[in-house]
Design a protein around this ligand. Structure first.
Ligand SMILES: *Cc1c(COP(=O)(O)O)cnc(C)c1O
Length: 377
């Protein structure tokens, strides 16, 4: 039986009637950009996340860019972010004219190492951007304290972590800004590109709202240069159908993760040849990915091929740490400077975890991983 890494169809098909009704409503309204559908979704998100302001935007990438622009970050400034993350985190920093400064991550959580970030603060540092990788919050208590001491801002890249919590509070409500993505493979998946920017600060919300629409206020009068970062009404209307189900999706992902861990923990070689992901106490992990680590040269590729031969989908998030990307060569950081990020990029492999994964499908993955280790690989 084929086991895809991810399949959005069962979730969307189960909701087809409600989704079609939402689509028909937008079609009839004739209003396709921002407007009441977006405002309704923003209210729903603000309430769910426990934040004062939630702005619907065009993508997770644009949410990050908009946060940086609203903070006035630009040439001469530095923004610290982990090297082990998706490209957009640092790409947006460069697009503002500022310099990304990469910090290392912790191997057990895959999240930013706060002590390492602290070492990289300079008088030019304007913000730190933790990434809640794979659906688990970075250490926001320590990070907010560090930022407070140095008078710098915190932008949460929560693009993989909608619904995740720390100390009972939602990510995106813990820093100065939170950026979310509704790319179809994220836990709350749209029907195209979509994102959300959150903040509890009234003046930052006002500035971000202006910049979302070319900085115009009133219409056609521009005191600031913004962009087109607006959310479509159709995405908002469809997402509003799925948001009430998000916690249920996360419960299913969490159950899948617990079942993987329960079975894998019994395998000979676990802890040495196979390392399992962990949820930290106090964190509500939403398991956007379940990511294994396979130490030893070529072993990650060997498992990937082994699973592919059994029609089991996997992905490498991410094969190249950002400090080693060609476009960031000018930043001038090396593997020796970011050893954990460099090592993880060679070890990680994400396996199927989506909510609708069946027990039979999951059993195939569990058996295939067990066979791989039993074969002495
Ligand atoms: C998905 C993702 C983004 C970008 O989101 P888009 O909606 O695809 O633009 C940014 N950061 C991280 C960590 C992501 O996983």
């Amino acid at each position: 039986m084929a086991v895809p890494l991810f399949d959005i169809k069962p979730q969307n098909h189960a909701l087809a009637t409600e989704l079609q009704a939402a689509f028909a409503r937008v079609l009839a309204s004739g209003q396709f950009i921002l407007g009441p559908e977006v405002q309704n979704f923003e209210r729903q998100c603000a309430e769910y996340l426990g934040v004062k302001h939630a702005l619907g935007v065009s993508s997770g990438t644009d949410a990050i860019l908009l946060a940086l622009m609203a903070l006035g970050i630009g040439p001469g400034d530095e923004v610290i972010c982990p090297s082990f993350t998706f490209f957009a985190t640092a790409g947006c920093v460069t697009r503002t004219g500022a310099k990304p400064v990469f910090c290392d991550v912790q191997a057990d959580t895959f999240n930013l190492d706060v002590a390492d970030a602290a070492r990289r603060i300079t008088p030019r540092t304007k913000a730190i951007m933790p990434v809640h990788l794979y659906g688990q919050a970075a250490d926001m208590t320590a990070l907010n304290e560090l930022a407070r001491q140095h008078g710098i801002k915190v932008i949460e890249d929560a693009c993989q972590a909608v619904g995740a919590t720390q100390g009972g509070k939602h990510v995106g409500s813990l820093g100065d800004f939170g950026a979310f993505s509704f790319f179809p493979t994220k836990n709350l998946g749209a029907f195209g590109d979509a994102g959300l920017l959150t903040t509890n600060d009234d003046s930052l919300a006002r500035q971000a709202t202006l910049l979302r629409n070319h900085g115009a206020h009133p219409k056609y009068y521009h005191q600031f240069v913004g962009g087109n970062f607006r959310l479509d009404a159709v995405q908002a209307a469809l997402l509003a159908v799925k948001l009430p189900l998000l916690d249920d999706f996360a419960r299913k992902r969490t159950a899948n993760a617990a079942r993987y861990t329960e079975h894998f923990a019994r395998l000979p070689g676990v802890g040495t040849r196979l390392l399992l992901p962990t949820a930290w106490p106090g964190n509500g992990h939403t398991w956007n990915q379940y990511t294994l680590r396979l130490p030893g040269a070529g072993r990650r590729e060997a498992l990937r091929e082994w699973l592919a031969a059994r029609q089991i989908g996997t992905e490498i998030y991410y094969p190249v740490p950002l400090h080693a990307q060609a476009c960031f060569a000018a930043v001038g950081q090396t593997d020796a400077d970011l050893p954990v990020s460099a090592r993880l990029a060679g070890e990680v492999l994400s396996i199927p975890i989506f909510p609708e994964l069946t027990l039979a499908q999951q059993d195939e993955v569990i058996a295939a991983v067990g066979d791989f280790l039993a074969a002495g690989k």
